[in-house]
Design a protein around this ligand. Structure first.
Ligand SMILES: [Zn+2]
Length: 274
């Protein structure tokens, strides 16, 4: 899938999950916490494509996400791509093809999702609020770039960076400072997993089984069969899926914050009694 679909699916998944936690487990969160979680999860759902490198020296190429912070994130993407290729080459088995590009390898695995989720939590736990500000700044940048791609393209990376800084600043001022932020790491990890699911429904697939070897292959690309696969950038993705993600996100928001609204349209039975 393309960047905007990944970001939207991440936000929708987090909002739906927050609603389900609230409705079925009685775990309520403040509106700010939910907004931060949805933003971080949307950004996390773009993170795996930070392995799509471009030409740093010419400021060209790279995935949507790699262009978020200008040449700097393009450079980071190039480094991540090379590291991923290194991991691929070091762990490939005899039936795995040779590769000269690391896209859709290490960052598209479950261990990567767990690693960045754990890393985010560790950073927030050790360094407290300043780490949280940094994490929100970075993830908000990715989310803005993904969710509002046309605006971000026109505005350019300087404006996107400034907006992310404003979001991080506002959030830092409003967040309580004296506790851990376990949901941040979870949001990043969930976002990565949602990205993998999004790539699985396209025909290229992702190495979801890594590092479990199957038939002398460590890096088996798992995806749905070509006949039913979603074409990247096709109408199913840009219209059907994006509409569905938007509807899920809006319904979850309405169910959490304006249950009366759902009642008016008789959607409350469908969204679960509260
Ligand atoms: Zn991807």
């Amino acid at each position: 899938m393309m960047g905007p679909s990944h970001a939207l699916s991440g936000a929708a998944a987090w909002l739906a999950g927050s609603w389900a936690l609230d409705a079925f487990a009685g775990y309520g969160q403040s509106p700010l916490a939910i907004a931060v979680g949805a933003t971080v999860c949307a950004g996390g759902a773009l993170l795996p494509d930070l392995d799509l490198s471009g030409k740093v020296t010419r400021n060209q190429g790279g995935a949507t996400v790699a262009r978020t912070f200008g040449v700097l994130s393009l450079f980071v993407a190039e480094v991540i791509e090379k590291i991923s290729l290194g991991i691929y080459t070091a762990t490939r088995l005899s039936k795995d093809p040779r590769r000269n590009n690391g896209h859709r390898t290490f960052t598209h695995t479950l261990p990567f999702a767990a690693l960045v989720g754990w890393g985010t939590t560790a950073l927030a736990t050790h360094y407290g609020k300043w780490a949280v500000v940094g994490i929100i700044f970075f993830m908000a940048g990715l989310a803005l770039r993904g969710l509002f791609d046309e605006w971000a393209e026109r505005a350019g990376w300087v404006i996107v960076t400034l907006c992310s800084a404003a979001i991080a600043w506002f959030t830092a001022a409003a967040l309580p400072g004296d506790r851990g932020y376990p949901m941040l790491g979870l949001a990043v990890g969930v976002g990565c997993v949602v990205h993998l699911l999004g790539d699985i429904i396209t025909s290229a697939g992702v190495p979801i089984l890594w590092p479990i070897p199957t038939g002398r292959r460590m890096w088996r690309m798992v995806g749905v069969p070509n006949g039913i696969a979603v074409r990247v950038g096709g109408k199913t993705e840009t219209i059907v899926l994006r509409t569905a993600f938007t509807v899920v996100a809006l319904l979850a928001i309405a169910a959490m914050f304006a249950p009366g609204l759902l009642h008016r349209f008789e959607l409350d039975a469908w969204a679960g009694e509260r």
